[in-house]
Design a protein around this ligand. Structure first.
Ligand code: ZN
Length: 188
């Protein structure tokens, strides 16, 4: 379980990098993660996730991960605290994040052909791009893009409406998919 918070506030990104670069060492960090129950627990589930689903933890700076439904279930069983949002018939969710969340998972149905890849951009109300991804791993069986963000990254956000623009691209060219809205409220 990840019931305690990290005393030093080590971000999940840092742990993902630490864990992915097992060869290189940051001694201060290494000492900390062995002593810290929260960090050990998070490393434990990262390792278990990678064992269950190689490649699940995308590096790319460790910033944003996308998973399969099975991997999310696996994390839930490990006691990872998930906050989840579903885009089913809706194009918009009212979302937030709490201090004791680990990950925020957004379930986004995508209508993609087998030879199409998914890319996307997160855009602010004044059209600034805050994140972009190309060829995101998607759950092809469930036709679902399972977008995962580290909660601590979202804790930095103010109240903001972020739009997610999704594009499918393949041999027949690129086409725009839905534009979705995260109407985010910062925790009070
Ligand atoms: Zn820690």
């Amino acid at each position: 379980m990840t019931g305690t918070a990290c005393t030093r506030g080590v971000p999940l990104d840092t742990l993902v990098e630490y864990w992915a670069d097992r060869g290189t060492t940051d001694e201060a960090l290494e000492e900390h993660v062995f002593a810290c129950a929260a960090c050990s627990a998070r490393l434990g589930w990262l390792a278990a996730l990678e064992a269950a689903m190689p490649g699940a933890v995308e590096r790319r700076g460790g910033r944003r991960m996308s998973l399969t439904a099975d991997a999310v279930e696996h994390l839930r069983r490990r006691g990872v605290r998930l906050r989840e949002y579903h885009f089913t018939s809706n194009r918009e969710v009212a979302c937030t994040v709490a201090l004791d969340d680990d990950l925020v998972v957004s379930w986004i149905p995508v209508d993609l052909a087998d030879d199409e890849a998914l890319s996307g951009a997160l855009v602010t109300p004044d059209d600034r791009e805050v994140a972009r991804f190309d060829d995101a791993p998607i759950d092809r069986t469930r036709r679902m893009f399972v977008m995962v963000a580290a909660a601590e990254e979202l804790l930095r956000l103010p109240d903001i409406r972020l739009r997610l623009r999704l594009t499918a691209s393949g041999p027949r060219g690129a086409r725009d998919l839905d534009e979705l809205v995260f109407d985010h409220t910062a925790p009070r």
